[in-house]
Design a binder for this molecule. Structure first.
Ligand code: SF4
Length: 381
């Protein structure tokens, strides 16, 4: 029998000042002439979707404003969404409420406003503290902007995440070292360090930059892990590093195959109810999402996921966690008896990709480095 897991809320705010050449998110350059009216219509649509959602009486474990660039919305606008959520749902007293911000869009006084309306975690898209790399990545902020904004964020929010990227065009070990040192000087609670990858449907895919080769990228990654761990950051997920007690509850809920309600263009929901798991996807294009909202129609797709899909999706998420997962978490989140996946688990054990200690399954270093190979084992027809 499937037990409903913790429930999170994700709000997608899809506009940016400029589309970065590496970005494959559902993000769109704002139209200066229509942006104020687009925002108003979009907020109305999101609030309508929240009001019509089936709450099932469950409490909200975390809320995440992602994008796009949520910091293009001022504190009053973000608060309109929060008020709608609070009217409809009760929040856990410890509910984590994160907002993503771009250092190039932040009005510093906004920070106080965000904090006052209940944002208790700020995630800053820094990517690099090197002006040459910021320019190549198409970022709209300078290294100085990033530093000033991060410093200010640290003064206002106890919980700050810095997003950084490595394996950047022509990046050297010395460049990387400077980025890490600058981040450490700021001493944020959490650092997410992503490997720059070239995704289809991006400008970088059409005009690929010269990136460090695999060996150098692996050296960079090892250096990041070593350096952050020396400064007491625990590496707890593929790209996530935290000081004690600072793991991102919202993302942990994804990685532990929790439930979530996604509001806004292209947002996805996963809902466990009546012994089945459903996935819902909203219309992706913001204008289409707004126009469909007029008909109270938000979802382009709704489907019940099969048992085989849920096994794979659980592994896809949980094997990203360095501490792995307990067998009973797997059973309660997927409704699948562990014996059902014994052949796959045995194969992964024999290939040295996981270890099983008591009732916990963890990826080994080899499993982390060859995560795709490990996941393939759990992919069923
Ligand atoms: S700011 Fe973020 S969401 Fe917007 S285009 Fe750049 S990477 Fe994508």
């Amino acid at each position: 029998m499937l037990r409903p897991p913790p429930l999170s809320v994700y709000i997608h705010l899809p506009w940016c000042v400029h589309k970065c050449p590496y970005c494959d998110f559902n993000s769109h350059e704002k139209n200066q002439a229509t942006f104020q009216i687009d925002k108003k219509n979009y907020l109305n649509a999101i609030i309508k979707q929240i009001n019509l959602a089936d709450t099932d009486g469950r409490k909200i474990h975390s809320i995440f404003f992602g994008g796009g660039t949520p910091s293009l919305f001022d504190p009053d606008e973000i608060n309109q969404i929060l008020i709608a959520i609070k009217k409809k749902y009760s929040l856990n007293p410890s509910c984590e409420v994160t907002l993503e911000a771009n250092p190039g869009t932040i009005d510093l006084p906004y920070f106080g406003g965000y904090q006052q309306i209940g944002i208790n975690r700020l995630s800053l898209g820094i990517q690099s503290f090197n002006n040459k790399h910021l320019k190549e990545l198409g970022r709209i902020h300078s290294a100085d902007d990033a530093y000033i904004v991060a410093e200010r964020a640290n003064q206002i929010f106890h919980r700050v995440n810095l997003d950084l990227m490595f394996a950047l065009p022509d990046q050297t070990l010395n460049d990387l070292e400077n980025d890490i040192e600058t981040a450490l000087k700021l001493s944020p609670q959490h650092i997410s360090y992503y490997h720059l990858t070239i995704e289809p449907n991006t400008l970088f895919h059409r005009f690929p930059p010269k990136l460090p080769d695999d060996d150098l990228s692996a050296e960079f990654q090892e250096h990041i892990f070593k350096k952050l761990s020396m400064h007491h950051y625990e590496h707890y997920e593929t790209s996530a590093h935290t000081k004690e007690g600072g793991a991102c509850l919202h993302n942990l809920n994804y990685w532990q195959f929790g439930d979530y309600l996604g509001f806004g263009a292209g947002a996805h929901s996963k809902i466990t109810k009546n012994d089945e798991i459903k996935r819902l996807s909203c219309y992706k294009n913001p204008q289409q999402y707004i126009s469909q909202a007029n008909n109270e129609n938000f979802y382009i797709e709704q489907k019940t996921i099969t048992q085989n899909d849920s096994i794979f999706e659980f592994m896809l998420n949980a094997l990203r966690l360095n501490e792995g997962f307990q067998i009973n978490l797997f059973e309660s989140r997927t409704g699948v008896n562990f014996n059902n996946i014994a052949p796959e688990v045995n194969e992964a054990l024999e290939r040295g990709l996981i270890i099983l200690t008591d009732d916990i399954i963890k990826p080994t270093n080899l499993g982390q480095n060859y995560l795709n190979d490990l996941l393939q084992i759990f992919l069923r027809e």
